[in-house]
Design a protein around this ligand. Structure first.
Ligand SMILES: NC(=O)c1ccc[n+]([C@@H]2O[C@H](COP(=O)([O-])OP(=O)(O)OC[C@H]3O[C@@H](n4cnc5c(N)ncnc54)[C@H](O)[C@@H]3O)[C@@H](O)[C@H]2O)c1
Length: 351
């Protein structure tokens, strides 16, 4: 497992979080050899922290991709830049690991899928919420049939972003369909992960309450039939004022043949069986255990991606698979606009 060199696109915000993880937890596996950011202050500060010289710092990703030879490219810039940056990196021979959402539109996302297929290079998408003990435990219960067959799953996301800017960056409040592209893409991916199926048909509604801090729809409800006959239902609300199920405490309820599983924040599992007391226990963390720490969230994805580069299994969230989660967002956007149910396969026939 030789150290892999990385061209990192993005230096602040979530990209700053990546850089901290790379240096604090993966210093024996990742070395950043080039850094890109349009913000020169962040670029300079992070460049100094990483011990990079001026020739390793770039404000233009095309210059960086041309100049820097690295084993892979990490992308944590805002969504509209993911596709051009990832395509250019793969065309130059670099595998890519990229933040969600894949892109800001379906054509751009498909360009990434096509380039990954054409070049044969690894391209993984961050879906960090899959890798927390309570989600892994729910999937284990499903796979081992501990509560019999699964019927349907309800997911709920509710953040109090009623103040402008509360969701980290102003652009999240200003963009079209911010709930779907910045938020629900995690939850649609989770409903695929927890149900074990891809979405077949999606229908629903989106809206923007009058008191919302968002320029566009901040709330929505969507109903999905998965291709394994499990049904899923999603409530998304970025203008929540009461019961909060915000990041890392989203609520999922899975209805099985012999009982119900509820999860939200932390690692507690709640198992309900009619006529019995609720069983509470902590989800085990062993399935995510790594070397000296638990590979939860982003760490798991980096670990999995590095193993893929070293000849191991492809990442579960490789773009050829994760395009399914992204397309659910496109379908949700379109059903919101025209009120018609959408079949996911209809969007993906040409890739
Ligand atoms: N997985 C998660 O839990 C999670 C959480 C937050 C954000 N994200 C994702 O991370 C990505 C970045 O979000 P953010 O909140 O950090 O955004 P941000 O606006 O803070 O941008 C991140 C960095 O990218 C830089 N940048 C902007 N345009 C660039 C360009 N063209 N080329 C290079 N760098 C550029 C910015 O200057 C900034 O330093 C988004 O795709 C977002 O959805 C993921």
């Amino acid at each position: 497992m030789a150290v892999k060199t990385c061209l990192m696109i993005g230096a602040g915000g979530m990209a700053g979080g990546w850089i901290s993880r790379f240096t604090e937890k993966f210093s024996d596996r990742i070395k950043i050899v080039g850094l890109v950011d349009v913000d020169e202050n962040i670029l300079k500060t992070q460049g100094q922290n990483l011990g990079l010289n001026d020739k390793q710092l770039f404000t233009n990703y095309l210059d960086a991709i041309e100049d820097v030879k690295s084993d892979f490219c990490g992308i944590a810039s805002p969504p509209q830049f993911h596709s051009p940056q990832a395509v250019a990196a793969m065309e130059k021979g670099m595998p890519v690991i990229c933040e969600k959402p894949i892109a800001d539109n379906l054509d751009a996302a498909k360009a990434m899928v096509r380039t990954a297929k054409k070049t044969g290079l690894p391209c993984a998408i961050i879906q960090n919420y899959r890798y927390s003990p309570n989600k892994q435990e729910l999937v284990r219960i499903r796979d081992e049939g501990e509560l019999g067959r699964l019927q349907h799953i309800v997911g709920r996301y509710a953040c109090d972003y009623r103040k402008y800017g509360a969701w980290g960056r102003a652009w999240r409040h200003d963009m079209d369909f911010g709930l779907l592209f910045e938020g629900s893409v995690h939850h649609m991916d989770m409903l695929r992960f927890l149900s074990g199926g891809n979405c077949e048909v999606l229908t629903g509604f989106g809206w923007n309450p009058e008191w919302s801090s968002f320029k566009h729809y901040s709330s929505g409800m969507y109903l999905m039939k998965m291709d394994n006959d499990i049904h899923t239902l999603y409530e998304g609300n970025s203008s929540a004022a009461g019961i909060i199920n915000c990041w890392h405490s989203e609520y999922y309820r899975a209805e099985f043949e012999e009982g119900t599983v509820e999860i939200d924040q932390g690692i507690q599992m709640r198992i309900h069986k009619a006529g019995e007391d609720t069983r509470l226990y902590d989800a085990p963390s062993e399935p995510l255990s790594g070397r000296e720490f638990i590979f939860a969230g982003h760490d798991y994805l980096f670990h999995e991606f590095l193993n893929w580069l070293d000849g191991g299994e492809p990442s579960a969230t490789r773009i050829e698979d994760n395009i399914q989660s992204f397309t659910m967002i496109i379908a949700a956007m379109e059903t919101t606009l025209d009120g018609e149910p959408k079949r996911i396969a209809d969007y993906l026939g040409d890739i």
